[in-house]
Write a protein that binds this ligand. Structure first.
Ligand code: URA
Length: 277
């Protein structure tokens, strides 16, 4: 059993995302060692059953609550401050990812900054530390931004999703839809001069397009919200490659650097004041 577990961890299945173990591959062992553990009569549709079960009872109960109904989408976000928004998201149970994540990952950086970056979803390190972009891809992003004079004292960073998808899988449309009203209010409250969209999920979601990041990156666009009425003017936004993609495709770093230079040029030409506070 230990060898099987090690094999799964090596293959990337390093997270428990269900509340019962899936014994499909362990039949003989399971019959002897685990007679009390049964598969549920009705399969749990979300989250998907996991191979290893270590989810806390609280998370299990939360997952069970989502068993037979679609995630509710908040009709209206009421927060009028960034801190109130964080509290409103923390109290929201409509995104099923909350049941499997360890922590809410809200934002990092300077809320008064003129540049707001939006990534996809927290990964393992972010989930542990409750802060966006603190893992390897965050380190690469920090290095690229620093080379152009930006850091987390003069930028603000968040994600489309506020909880880690199990095993870092791509978020589903329903998960994204449940978080979008919060993201839109987040942008409206920060009201940055420029939005930087990190990667395809962020760019496609906020620009409401099916075009891929390869086509979208390096081209300025206007962000307008879909549901939130607080923002009154569109915000210029620049989609760029996600740093995790650059780690897998280092050849794309040259394009990403050009995009950061485009950002810098726009900041200078628009007389946007960058102060490190
Ligand atoms: N990737 C993201 O999109 N966001 C994070 O916070 C970390 C990695």
């Amino acid at each position: 059993m230990l060898a099987e577990l090690e094999w799964q961890i090596e293959a990337g299945a390093d997270e428990a995302i269900g509340d019962v173990a899936d014994m499909r591959n362990w039949k003989g062992l399971a019959a002897k060692a685990q007679p009390a553990i049964q598969q549920p009569a009705t399969p749990i549709p979300f989250p998907a059953p996991a191979t290893v079960s270590t989810v806390s009872p609280a998370a299990s109960a939360a997952a069970a609550r989502h068993e037979h109904r679609p995630a509710p989408i908040p009709r209206q976000v009421t927060a009028e401050t960034v801190e109130a928004l964080r509290a409103e998201i923390a109290a929201f149970d409509g995104c099923p990812l909350k049941a499997t994540a360890m922590n809410l990952v809200f934002a990092d950086g300077n809320p008064a900054a003129p540049i707001m970056l939006i990534g996809e979803a927290p990964g393992e390190d972010e989930d542990r530390q409750s802060k966006p972009f603190v893992g390897v891809s965050g380190k690469l992003l920090d290095a690229m931004m620093a080379a152009a004079g930006f850091d987390r004292t003069n930028t603000y960073i968040s994600n489309i999703l506020f909880w880690r998808p199990p095993g870092n899988r791509t978020p589903t449309d329903a998960e994204i839809a449940s978080c979008i009203p919060f993201v839109e209010r987040h942008i409206a409250l920060i009201n940055p001069k420029i939005l930087v969209l990190l990667g395809g999920v962020s760019a496609k979601t906020l620009l409401r397009t099916k075009e891929g990041i390869t086509r979208l990156r390096g081209r300025w666009a206007d962000y307008t919200p879909q549901t939130d009425s607080k923002l009154t003017t569109p915000i210029p936004c620049l989609p760029i490659y996600h740093p995790a993609y650059l780690l897998r495709q280092p050849n794309a770093k040259r394009q990403a650097w050009n995009d950061i230079l485009m950002l810098k040029k726009r900041v200078i030409e628009s007389n946007i004041l960058i102060t490190n506070t």
